[in-house]
Design a protein around this ligand. Structure first.
Ligand code: PMP
Length: 313
């Protein structure tokens, strides 16, 4: 994808992607000292609008991640929401998009540290290309890599350097013929996918690892739990053993990029009957309706970019 002419926000201004440069010795690049978000936008032709999903949640999580790395966002969540909307409109996107805001340590010198290094902030919106094909069930494995532990670097912050952990697990899974990996925490409990949270269903109850299991507190995770509770489905956050994965009726992933993707097999053991289970289907279809502006009760979860851009400031 040629991104040269995409309008991005960097250094406090709008510019072409090709004109927004970072230097080779930038700390964020050398040491992974940055944090980021991934935000989805769904283009709905009938509405002629682009619905940006859970913008506030993402910017709040970015602020928290930044704080953990002793950085602070240059603007408030409201201002960043406005800039994100403006970026999508300036790019005239009439397709699904993926928006990548990030903040990173921007000094160009040698010496790993967090202190005495200035930050830089940018937002890059790009056309979305499918991340995981969730139309079919995913064949997944338990990774030989463990999820990074909070005692080493906090996984609840979306830190760029921590994605080495995800990349190792993902590529190992692909090399071994699977679609995705499930990482266990260092003490052997189920944590999450390489870039998704995980849920399982047993006897109608929805289970997901609680936030102390070294998971990223996903925006989609929270959304799906809210929907489930609204449907009257019991939701339990607790530590989950590997063996429970094999005995679940349903297993599915959630994530901004992936949406809700169901797992057909784990370590070559079929989950349920290998098709999408009723709970995953119900939650997934409803989530889809919300993010495409079809559920007025959940309108606060989405920001219609074109409608909002037309409002007087
Ligand atoms: N875990 C990890 C490690 C991730 O990278 C992501 C994607 N941001 C998720 C979970 C899912 O989070 P969200 O629903 O906010 O995209």
């Amino acid at each position: 994808m040629d991104l040269s002419d995409v309008i991005v926000y960097a250094g406090g201004e709008f510019k072409r992607y090709a004109d927004a440069k970072v230097g080779l010795l930038t700390h964020g690049l050398q040491y992974g000292t940055g944090c980021f978000e991934g935000i989805r936008g769904y283009w709905v032709p009938e509405d002629e609008d682009l619905y940006l999903v859970l913008l506030r949640d993402h910017y709040e999580r970015l602020a928290t991640s930044a704080k953990i790395l002793t950085m602070s966002l240059p603007k408030s969540a409201d201002e960043l929401i406005d800039i994100t909307v403006e970026l999508c409109v300036r790019n005239r996107y009439e397709q699904n998009v993926y928006v990548r805001p990030f903040i990173y340590k921007a000094a160009e010198d040698v010496g790993v540290r967090l202190h005495n290094v200035q930050d830089a902030f940018a937002i890059v919106p790009i056309p979305f290309t499918a991340y995981l094909d969730t139309s079919k069930g995913l064949h997944v494995c338990v990774s030989s890599w463990r999820r990074a532990d909070d005692t080493m670097a906090p996984p609840r912050a979306k830190i760029t350097g921590l994605y080495v952990n995800s990349a190792l697990a993902k590529s190992e899974a692909i090399a071994n013929g699977y679609d995705e990996a499930i990482l266990l925490s260092h003490d052997g409990h189920v944590a999450e996918g390489s870039a998704e949270n995980i849920f399982l269903v047993r006897r109608g109850v929805l289970y997901t690892p609680d936030p102390s299991q070294n998971v990223l507190e996903g925006c989609t995770r929270r959304a799906v739990m809210d929907i489930a509770r609204d449907f009257g489905i019991e939701v339990v956050e607790r530590s989950i053993d590997r063996g429970e994965l094999y005995s679940a009726d349903e297993v599915f992933f959630t994530g901004t990029a992936a949406g809700l993707g169901y797992v057909a097999s784990i370590d070559r053991r079929v989950v349920g009957d290998g098709t999408m289970g009723p709970v995953a289907r119900r939650l997934g279809e409803f989530y889809e309706r919300i993010v495409t502006g079809r559920e007025p009760r959940y309108a606060s979860w989405i920001t219609p970019a074109y409608a909002k851009a037309k409002l007087p400031a």
